[in-house]
Design a protein around this ligand. Structure first.
Ligand code: NAP
Length: 236
């Protein structure tokens, strides 16, 4: 069964995603303690893991490509490595761009979601690293099938979708987000064009949220002035 998906993000007042660009907190308030609210609130969901796009996972994937697997074969079966009871760190990497060199991201077990066209040698590299993987259709973008597989193969009941904006937009379009958990950081970016919370790709007349409605769940003001907003996503 497909896990429940909570899109958990921290954004500036103007909805931007790059914390290094945000204005500093008001005098007497510690920036690090504001940012720490993100993980503290995430823990309150008691999720089975988190999901990020290829660009966001790049911060954890510091390995390099290996050529030793030139004859990796054409096996396209999903692979479940040794999870060792850890939460899941799910990377949406349709083209198999990331090289991990390890089996964890921030202590959580890496699961790569791939397109079926990735080379067999790349799969062999992931197996050697101890990384699990599964396939999201020929181009790696069948998110519904991937979420079903995460539920079936790993028993995931709740997963946090943690950006960036491009994959959040893809999940929104695919109607796979059950709830939005947004931490509003008391700061501004101020520039147009930077990544925002939902960055759906499409023509100007396209309306990826058409037919959806948000139902208020809760709001909480956290120490230092971060505001935590929760909305369930329903069919309008
Ligand atoms: N403030 C926050 O809470 C927060 C949270 C997360 C990230 N961030 C920041 O956001 C930035 C990255 O965000 P981003 O939006 O540019 O990238 P992203 O969403 O992290 O990654 C986008 C990539 O994911 C891959 N992808 C997998 N499935 C896809 C699908 N169904 N549709 C489209 N793409 C899919 C594509 O990789 P390919 O290009 O290889 O095809 C795409 O380019 C980083 O700087 C990160 O630090 C901030």
């Amino acid at each position: 069964m497909r896990p429940r998906i909570v899109c958990h993000m921290m954004g500036s007042i103007d909805g931007r995603l790059l914390p290094d660009r945000w204005t500093p907190p008001a005098r007497g308030i510690d920036r690090a303690s504001l940012i720490r609210h993100y993980d503290a609130v995430a823990a309150r969901f008691e999720a089975d893991g988190w999901i990020v796009g290829r660009k966001t996972m790049q911060a954890y994937a510091k390995g390099s490509a290996r050529t030793a697997f030139a004859s990796g074969g054409a096996r396209r079966a999903p692979h479940v490595a040794d999870r060792k009871g850890r939460d899941l760190a799910v990377a949406l990497d349709p083209r198999g761009v990331l090289h991990y060199g390890r089996d964890d991201a921030g202590g959580d077990h890496i699961v790569a979601i791939l397109g079926e066209a990735v080379p067999g040698a790349y799969l062999a590299e992931l197996r050697e690293d101890g990384v699990s993987y599964l396939f999201a259709g020929p181009n790696g973008k069948d998110l519904g099938a991937a979420m079903d597989a995460l539920g079936e193969m790993f028993g995931a009941k709740t997963l946090l979708l943690e950006g960036g904006g491009i994959v959040n937009g893809a999940f929104l379009r695919a109607r796979l987000i059950d709830e939005i958990s947004l931490l509003v950081y008391p700061g501004l970016d101020g520039l147009s064009g930077g990544p925002g919370i939902f960055e759906g790709c499409g023509a100007p007349e396209d309306m990826p949220s058409a037919g959806l409605a948000l139902r208020f769940v809760a709001a909480e003001t956290l120490e230092g002035g971060v505001v935590w907003l929760r909305y369930a996503i329903e069919r309008a």
